[in-house]
Write a protein that binds this ligand. Sequence first.
Ligand code: THU
Length: 143
Amino acid sequence: MGTPPSIDWNSLVAAAREVREHAYAPYSNYRVGAAILGGAGRVYTGCNVENVSYGLTICAERSAISAMIADGERIIRAIAIVTDGPVAGSPCGACRQVLTEFAEDLPIHLASAQAGVMARTTSLAKLLAEPFRPGMLLTSDKG
Ligand code: THU
């Protein structure tokens, strides 16, 4: 096995910042960008996509996960999320659950695009206690 390669947080955060510029958030004006480091070392990005029917909004994190799956990757090694606001926002409960589908645990870096806001690194295990995981079903075959 050996030590896993270290994560280049600077480039992951830069990718999240860049994709955040494309966020479609005319209702909340809260723009979010996410960049995932996949198991094979590629980076996948996503931004939030709001809808006039508010509940149809797609979060940045799940948008990035969709891009990853579409590329054939199934493993999330790390994610960087850049939000608006006076604190670095943390992923919503739905996104935490979708992240755990593709990683038992992973480092999560949170940053705000607003100047002077402290960034921090946490983990999925810290943010999502006792998740419902695929192995809990009668069959653990993920297909
Ligand atoms: N949002 C995300 O993109 N990710 C999160 O984890 C939290 C919320 C988006 C959804 C909506 O477009 C806006 O932020 C305000 O809730």
